[in-house]
Design a protein around this ligand. Structure first.
Ligand SMILES: [Ca+2]
Ligand SMILES: [Ca+2]
Length: 300
């Protein structure tokens, strides 16, 4: 705003100056344009583009855990008098990632587009300060980011905070990471705290947890959807295999069939594995989905 106010002041003064001095002051105005200000429209020419960039927060706090919903709202505005198509480019240093690196939009005059930007830090990201930079035309915005130290699981759950992938995800409400977020409560269903696959009536589906290093695993607990509104006997998983990856090979270590309960523990002879997964075969719902509220693994 300060740049625009200075520009207006300079032009007001320019009106009262001699021709020679007008030229000198005009040079100063052009310099202001280069750093983000904009000269007033000249008669007979289209009004110049004036783009503004802002964030709704002064600092983005980021936790390096799966499914952490953290970020900021980018406010991308057209403060000029002409409608425009405009691009905003966003960057952040690896290993951080952004949900969007480009916002491309039609911006009517006087309109501010508000875009949620999610910031993700993978497990193991060094804690400290990072910066998101946003640019559009001559406008620039820096958004500071603070990455917190990674949390440590104290329950022995090998899957907690660990990267998870799935055959498909029903987004945005049912991401795979919801199955390792520590929330086993089926009453929180549909609020990103559980996984639902994206192809109804088609099986198998799978949900996989991949370890940072080989782990000894001897038990896998599955919490499928089970609430008063959505009982497991009607909406939960019925049949699935539990598999662990030893070296390059997947081994089936347990099979669950005909389940109608909300929680099933599968114990097996402990193995040293680099990953585990459940391969879902059918649901209690006819032509239904795979639904897992929480997936856990333990040494025994
Ligand atoms: Ca969960
Ligand atoms: Ca499916």
């Amino acid at each position: 705003m300060r740049g625009k106010a200075m520009t207006r002041t300079l032009w007001r003064r320019l009106v009262g100056l001699s021709r020679g001095r007008k030229a000198a002051v005009a040079g100063a105005v052009i310099a202001l344009v280069a750093i983000g200000g904009t000269a007033p429209a000249v008669a007979g020419r289209p009004a110049p583009t004036r783009l503004s960039l802002a964030s709704d927060v002064s600092l983005v706090q980021v936790n390096p855990i799966p499914c952490a919903n953290q970020g900021f709202q980018l406010q991308f505005g057209n403060t000029g008098r002409a409608d425009v198509y405009a691009d905003a480019f966003l960057e952040v240093k690896a290993p951080l990632t952004l949900s969007r690196n480009l916002v491309s939009s039609y911006l009517p005059a006087g309109y501010t587009l508000k875009v949620p930007i999610t910031v993700t830090a993978p497990r193991g990201t060094a804690p400290g300060q990072y910066t998101i930079t946003v640019r559009s035309g001559e406008s620039r915005l820096s958004v500071p980011v603070e990455v917190a130290p990674g949390p440590v699981d104290t329950t022995g759950n090998l899957a907690r905070y660990v990267p998870v992938t799935a055959s498909s995800e029903n987004l945005p409400s049912y991401p795979a990471c919801g199955a390792v977020d520590g929330d086993r409560d089926s009453n929180h269903w549909a609020t990103t705290t559980g996984w639902n696959d994206a192809n109804k009536g088609a099986f198998p589906d799978w949900l996989q947890v991949t370890f940072d290093k080989p782990e000894t695993i001897g038990r896998v607990d599955v919490y499928t959807l089970d609430s008063t509104k959505y009982p497991a006997a009607k909406y939960g998983l019925r049949d699935w295999d539990v598999q662990v990856r030893v070296g390059a090979d997947w081994q089936t270590v347990a099979q669950v069939r005909g389940n109608v309960a909300g929680q099933v523990s599968s114990s097996f002879t402990p193995l040293t594995a680099t990953a585990f997964r459940i391969v879902t075969l059918t649901s209690n719902e006819t032509a239904g989905y795979s639904r897992v509220v929480e997936l856990e693994a333990y040494a025994s």
